[in-house]
Design a protein around this ligand. Structure first.
Ligand code: NAP
Length: 642
């Protein structure tokens, strides 16, 4: 079978190929040419990127150099087409590393190469799938229940199906996608580049935008679900209420409630929680909110039956969701008041709303390994550099402003981006420059849409604290009544109350959420002592604030979980749970580490990463390469097995 990344053979006309090459990332194209020609000399000459910086996918190559590459490429690609698009040979390890270094204009450290190689799967392999040695009879006796069918629950289903382990996925919504099902608010889009934000084994060359909008993301997960035939295993519109460990039978008993209110108890030998961290909307308790007579709803429960056109809309909260909503609805409403407690730092990204042109789509589909190298190109800047940049220098003089020299540089860059968009004498300027260090909260992607929206005549940014809500207005503490027909709460989620509101009861009646309180922990973010055969995906300490993608993390976690299940079934053990000492040590080390990072800074007053005591337990302080290495293969000695 042809390597799926080697490109679909084509008979595109020479003129159309030339046209397509106008759009593509030229450095990425060069690497595809190396595969086609088997000639590494192509990247050893003068034509090379001059340095890549995050979103700059052309490597700052001059127009002249880009034209030279296009001309060279056209000849090579036409010959390749005329030869029938023969499948290319894999490149050697040494050349692969050289190509990596060349593309990102720096030495990719040796320790990263195996991880990146696996992520790219250049030989068409799906290295994170778990090979199974167990008989189907043994597996039949090991049903697994997965809670949630967002990206991680769907991935769990795919891996369990591959392993031949019987499973059921319980999903509270009527469709697949989790966050990408629920967040249908206007302007919802992903802010990790989509050619990386998709399963490594199921890339999509169909993305119509570099940062796709919600309907396209939901459709992606739906199509993957159908392709892998996972839907027959999913019970939609069914919610898990509780899961209890049955000590006598070594089973989980899981209470579920269907849409019509019927309850039922299911049994499983193992449970995988794939509920995510951001699925229970949070609405602050503003006095008088219940007296508001107009429609009001949370951003993740957008009421599409409410016509907001020509209405006065009050949007309370402007984090990642509000930041996308305001620019999208501002042109359609009569007036928009944006109530923002804390200003946000934003990262300039001109590609943020850009469409993927037909030339790039053609290259992704047809040019050998173009899509794989493009994936590498956009993932590399988010590969642990953000973590280094988040490290606090305790001796840096003005911690309110910046927590290190590098952080001061970032602050300058972000400030320049803001000031370049607003006149110096604008009242807006003072309201939009954050008063805490850059990147210390989740940084937003921006192409200028946010400040453009705030600069409109029908939009006001209100930074004064809300006092209460009345029948027809939001009232701030200065006594101003801001009239509103509709209130949108873009106020985030109960992120620190992990697995809420489910009741999870382990050995000896231990209640997981009571045990955790607002300090959730799991060994490697996955397993918890006293909760045998219970596995978390996107669990405590695994949210990513420094880069990467949650899909990458999910793939690491699910490989680990699948190995655990395979071990239990093959070796005929009933249960496994992590050693208490390792769990305690992991939590302590994670806490020590995260306290040295910018997100923990006391200068950040409000952040959904923090619990009520200002501690962070939901975010990973670890490098991707370390997490990948730690989860690559289970160590049985880490567990108590029975
Ligand atoms: P969020 O980032 O937590 O923002 C919540 C907003 O509500 C903030 O402005 C917050 O102010 C405000 N708020 C909360 N409680 C308040 C109170 N009592 N009074 C006044 N204001 C209050 O939530 P979100 O925007 O829903 O985003 C959550 C996460 O979802 C993101 O960080 C991201 O991980 C994910 N997300 C991703 C995307 C994407 O990929 N593009 C888009 C949307 C969401 P403070 O800042 O002062 O706390």
């Amino acid at each position: 079978m042809r390597n799926p990344h080697a490109g679909i053979p084509f008979d595109t006309s020479t003129a159309e190929i030339a046209e397509a090459l106008q759009d593509v990332s030229i450095p990425t194209l060069m690497l595809s040419l190396v595969h086609i020609t088997k000639n590494p000399e192509l990247i050893r000459g003068a034509l090379k990127p001059a340095g890549l910086f995050l979103n700059e996918v052309q490597g700052y190559m001059s127009e002249e150099d880009k034209a030279a590459v296009r001309s060279l490429a056209l000849d090579i690609i036409v010959d390749y087409r005329d030869a029938g698009c023969p499948e290319t040979e894999p490149v050697s390890d040494a050349l692969l590393h050289e190509m990596m270094n060349w593309l990102v204009c720096e030495e990719v450290p040796d320790e990263y190469v195996p991880m990146l190689r696996e992520e790219m799967g250049l030989e068409g392999e799906d290295a994170r799938s778990v090979e199974t040695k167990t008989s189907s009879a043994a597996k039949a006796d090991f049903p697994v229940l997965v809670i949630g069918c967002g990206e991680s629950g769907l991935l769990a289903g795919i891996r369990l199906e591959e392993a031949g382990i019987p499973f059921t996925i319980i999903e509270k919504n009527a469709g697949v996608g989790g966050t990408w099902w629920e967040n249908s608010y206007p302007g919802a889009r992903v802010d990790v580049g989509n050619h990386f934000y998709c399963y490594s084994f199921e890339p999509s060359d169909q993305w119509t935008e570099y940062f796709a909008q919600q309907p396209e993301l939901q459709a992606y997960f739906e199509s993957v679900m159908k392709k892998y035939d996972i839907d027959p295993h999913i019970r939609f519109e069914t919610e898990v209420l509780a899961a209890r460990w049955d000590e006598a039978e070594n089973h989980w008993r899981v209470d579920v409630k269907t849409k019509d209110g019927t309850t039922e108890t299911l049994s499983a030998r193992a449970v995988i929680s794939a509920v995510g961290q951001l699925n229970r909307p949070f609405i602050p308790d503003f006095p008088g909110a219940e007296s508001f007579t107009g429609p009001s709803f949370h951003s993740a429960r957008w009421d599409h039956d409410v016509d907001i056109s020509d209405k006065r809309v009050a949007m309370i909260g402007a984090g990642a969701s509000g930041f996308q909503i305001a620019p999208t609805i501002a042109p359609n409403v009569e007036h928009l008041d944006v109530f923002q407690r804390t200003a946000q730092w934003m990262f300039p990204n001109p590609n943020y709303h850009e469409k993927v042109g037909p030339g790039v789509q053609w290259a992704l589909r047809h040019l050998p390994f173009y899509g794989r190298w493009y994936r590498f190109l956009i993932l590399w800047p988010g590969c642990d550099k953000g973590l280094e940049a988040a490290r606090v220098d305790p001796n840096y003089p003005d911690q309110q402003r910046a927590f290190s020299e590098m952080n001061e540089f970032t602050r300058q860059m972000f400030t320049d981006w803001i000031t370049s968009q607003i006149p110096d004498d604008s009242d807006l300027l003072a309201k939009v420059i954050p008063d805490y260090p850059a990147t210390a909260k989740r940084t937003l992607q921006d192409n200028g849409a946010w400040l453009k929206a705030l600069s409109r005549d029908n939009v006001e940014l209100i930074r004064t604290q809300i006092d209460h809500i009345e029948t027809d207005a939001v009232v701030t503490i200065d006594g101003t009544r801001h009239l509103a027909d509709v209130i949108v709460y873009a106020t985030g989620f109960h992120a620190t109350k992990m697995l809420s509101p489910m009741e999870i009861i382990g050995r000896d009646g231990v209640d997981l959420r009571a045990m955790w309180g607002e300090r959730p922990a799991a060994y490697l973010g996955i397993t918890v002592p006293n909760f045998p055969n219970f596995f978390c995906m996107y669990g405590p300490g695994t949210n990513l604030a420094h880069g990467g993608s949650l899909i990458f993390h999910s793939e690491c976690q699910m490989r680990y979980i699948a190995q655990c299940l395979e071990f239990l079934i093959t070796e005929d053990y009933a249960t496994m749970e992590p050693r208490q000492d390792l769990y305690d040590d992991w939590h302590e080390r994670s806490q020590r580490e995260i306290k040295m990072l910018g997100w923990s800074q006391p200068t950040v007053k409000h952040s959904f990463y923090k619990n009520a005591d200002g501690e962070i337990h939901i975010v990973s302080p670890w490098r991707l390469v370390d997490y990948w290495g730690w989860t690559k293969e289970i160590a049985i000695s880490d567990f108590i097995v029975q």
